[in-house]
Design a protein around this ligand. Structure first.
Ligand code: PLP
Length: 426
């Protein structure tokens, strides 16, 4: 037995996850299959918390919104960053305390704002317009809602453009030069209690210096906002720490991030004579490497390239198509065999862009082999679709050799659910 990547091991030539043989689990639960190692999820959460012992961690529910995952987060003491009414519903159902839920979003509907007011969660307000709408909703319900403003700090996170969220031109947040005016208005209008400040600069960030820039800009604002008479209970710096999708690359750790931003946060709080709570909102770091997507080879083709046609495409894992992301590939039933050829792994979707892995050196692949796509736990299942009439696969949770189904595979009925046939077609 030896380790192939992180917690993933090879035993008798097979990939194993959480003490379970990948080939056996596909035989039993079908293919494709998302397999999550509970122990790894908890370990990732705890290592983040260890690096930031004084901070609250709000798990970003969009990374993986499965109710069981949210319950694990609740057990670990996490709060939640939610971005929709559905995520809010799920986070509350999972038992995450309402005071540790921050409702984010750049285009919340009036009914979502009403839901925030009635459930008593905190709202990260994204614009002046939203502030005014929220105020009138809270006022008409006779409630007061705790808010932060989402700041656009104008910081380049040096990541894929589609996951850079804190650039001046990004759709998120109040431009930093307008933030003071926003708090002034928040102090004046009814139903609004400003208690925090929030930003989030992007995701899969591997050079952490932009976090220092963001923290400094945020603390400039924190000082000015405090001088207005706002008692800030929290400073939420968002998330974005990247993970090593490619085997062997060195990436900054949670400790590196803490060593970079905690001194800035602590010193500037002392200087300003304030004591707000630091909040971080990790998603990817907690879930990504806990999960593999197991797939089966349907067919092989030698053309301009050697194509491996598997049974999962961007319907189940859209990251390679959407963000040009890299996922490490293991042939799970030949996990210790030597690489002999260069393969391109493609899905079954009727789109040229349905490529999961390009030009990989792998052992001899044949029909029926089990191809594992690693680090699929964040923005994997949560971004899946039924495109091309493909039912979504099951998700299972493994823990020290035990397996629990945490989502059943869809059936044709699920393709039809909510479709209504007008009488004249019956
Ligand atoms: C997506 C998101 C996160 C999580 O980012 P990761 O890079 O997955 O850790 C945190 N906060 C907000 C506001 C987000 O939109």
């Amino acid at each position: 037995m030896f380790t192939i990547k992180n917690h993933l091991e090879i035993e008798n030539g097979h990939l194993t996850i959480g003490g379970v043989d990948a080939v056996e689990i596909v035989k039993r639960y079908g293919s494709p299959l998302y397999v999550t190692n509970e122990e790894r999820v908890r370990k990732n959460f705890r290592s983040y918390q260890d690096a930031f012992p004084e901070a609250d961690l709000y798990y970003a529910a969009k990374a993986n919104g499965n109710l069981t995952i949210l319950k694990i987060m609740a057990e670990e003491g996490a709060g939640a960053d939610v971005f929709s009414d559905g995520e809010l519903y799920m986070a509350l159902l999972a038992g995450i305390p309402k005071k540790k839920i921050l409702f984010n979003g750049n285009s919340k509907s009036d009914s979502e704002l009403l839901m925030a007011v009635m459930t008593g969660v905190r709202v990260s307000v994204d614009s002046f317009d939203e502030l005014r709408t929220l105020s009138s909703i809270a006022k008409s319900e006779g409630r007061v809602v705790d808010i932060a403003f989402r700041v656009n700090p104008d910081v380049s996170p040096q990541t894929h453009p589609k996951i850079a969220t804190g650039l001046k031109t990004s759709k998120f947040g109040v431009p930093h030069e307008e933030v003071i005016r926003a708090y002034k208005e928040a102090l004046d209008i009814p139903g609004i209690n400003p208690v925090g400040i929030h930003c989030h600069i992007g995701s899969q960030i591997l050079n952490i210096t932009p976090f220092a820039e963001a923290m400094n800009k945020m603390m400039d604002l924190v000082e000015q906002v405090s001088r207005l008479g706002v008692k800030l209970e929290f400073v939420d710096i968002g998330s974005g720490l990247g993970i090593p999708y490619e085997k062997g690359i060195r990436v900054p750790s949670t400790a590196d991030l803490a060593n970079l931003i905690l001194p800035i946060f602590n010193e500037r709080c002392v200087a300003a004579g304030i004591n707000p709570k630091l909040i971080l909102e990790p998603g990817r770091y907690i879930l990504a490497d806990s999960t593999v997507l197991l797939t089966t080879v349907n067919t092989m083709k030698e053309a301009a390239k050697k194509f491996v046609g598997i049974d999962a495409g961007f319907n189940l894992l859209i990251r390679p198509t959407m963000y040009d992301s890299y996922h490490y590939v293991v042939v799970a039933n030949k996990a210790d065999a030597v690489a002999v050829d260069t393969y391109t792994i493609v899905g079954p979707i009727c789109e040229t862009g349905d490529i999961l892995a390009n030009d990989r050196e792998l052992p001899q692949i044949e029909k029926g082999d089990i191809v594992a796509l690693l680090d699929a736990g964040a923005y994997g299942f949560s971004m899946s679709s039924q495109y091309n009439g493909r039912t979504r696969c099951a998700e299972v949770l493994v823990q020290k050799g035990d397996v629990d189904v945490i989502r059943k595979a869809e059936t044709y009925d699920d393709l039809l659910s909510n479709q209504v046939i007008p009488a004249r077609f019956l």
